[in-house]
Design a binder for this molecule. Sequence first.
Ligand SMILES: [Zn+2]
Length: 104
Amino acid sequence: MADATGAVACPLCGQALNLSGPVSRKDVCPGCGRDLRACHACRLHAPTAHNECREPRAEWQARRDRSNYCDFFELAPAPGADATAADPREAERQQKLNDLFRNF
Ligand SMILES: [Zn+2]
């Protein structure tokens, strides 16, 4: 899912992606070469959760690094700066945390 600016980046390596629509099973990251429509690039993937997914209705996937047909797939935010930029409150929280540690 693209945000307002249309900028999408690989959740695995941060490489900017030029997707013209929803992530398809054929989409591979030009940066790291890994499948994009796979659990490891999904916002719902949670290795510690039941089924390794935050969506309880999702089907079990044998391979977390391979494209699948999961109906609940949603591209995860890119690692690092993009996640905080997307949520101003998160950036603020981070700033407060930094201030806190500076005083010690
Ligand atoms: Zn990548």
